[in-house]
Design a protein around this ligand. Structure first.
Ligand SMILES: [Zn+2]
Length: 254
């Protein structure tokens, strides 16, 4: 009897959760000035054809319908929603049917934070992270960093792209720098070999053009080099043609 009651309660809670979500999706409205915000702040969008722009808009809307963005100690503004969704979709734009199934919420902190999620103190140096354990299906981003990421393409740095690349990497079960869904078999070994060679070169070269954080481990290398790929493709192609080619095979840019 007790078991039956628990079962019924679970079903009711589950149904409520499902219908609340459906209602939220139905009622969701994009900001009235979405197009304007995209044109002003997202270079990737500006460079798309009219037809592709419409597809991009549909995909960021779909993203925002399914992923909640919650401010922690800060107010989430339309520009934050647009930039976060844009970074997410830029990464998977080459894959028409793709969605992020491993995230349901982005927590937006005002600024950098510590490893144990503190927003105060001098040792705050984290700008974004993909959640694990209790934060499974969540991502944390710094609002300041989200906005900076899209202001400056020249630095090849974009925190939003970085974190969503980790999610794509993690989709096969492990964030290990080997995105199995993106890499067709013949390219896996060349990718691992090139990645390890480049990490070694970065450690030897004081004048490296790749952010040294990428030498931390394979997962960080993949995230850092992908930022470079999406922000400065021409420069990456000139300096690292082999890496560029492999990333092109993965992301299918337009
Ligand atoms: Zn990272």
């Amino acid at each position: 009897m007790f078991g039956l009651i628990v079962f019924i309660i679970v079903i009711i809670v589950g149904l409520k959760f499902y219908f609340d979500k459906q209602k939220r999706i139905r009622n969701f409205q994009m900001p009235a000035d979405t197009k304007q915000l995209l044109l002003e702040h997202v270079a990737f969008y500006r460079n798309l054809s009219d037809e592709q722009k419409l597809i991009f808009e549909t995909r960021i809307k779909d993203f925002l319908q399914h992923v909640t963005i919650t401010g922690i100690g800060t107010v989430v503004e339309d520009i934050d929603r647009i930039l976060i969704a844009s970074g997410a979709i830029i990464v998977i734009f080459g894959f028409p049917g793709w969605r992020y199934n491993n995230i349901s919420e982005v927590l937006l902190y005002k600024d950098a934070f510590t490893e144990d999620y503190k927003q105060i103190g001098n040792d705050r140096n984290i700008l974004g992270m993909v959640g694990d354990g209790a934060l499974q299906r969540q991502m944390i981003l710094s609002q300041t960093s989200v906005r900076e990421s899209f202001k400056n393409l020249a630095d090849g740095h974009n925190t939003v792209i970085h974190e969503f690349v980790h999610l794509v990497d993690k989709a096969d079960g492990a964030a290990d720098g080997i995105p199995e869904y993106l890499l067709s078999r013949p390219y896996t070994i060349p990718w691992i070999t090139r990645m390890h060679k480049t990490i070694e070169e970065m450690k030897q070269d004081e004048h490296r053009d790749i952010n040294f954080y990428g030498a931390t481990n394979d997962a960080e290398f993949f995230a850092v080099i992908s930022e470079y790929f999406f922000e400065r493709p021409d420069q990456l192609k000139t300096h690292h043609p082999e890496l560029y080619k492999l990333l092109e095979q993965m992301f299918h840019p337009l």
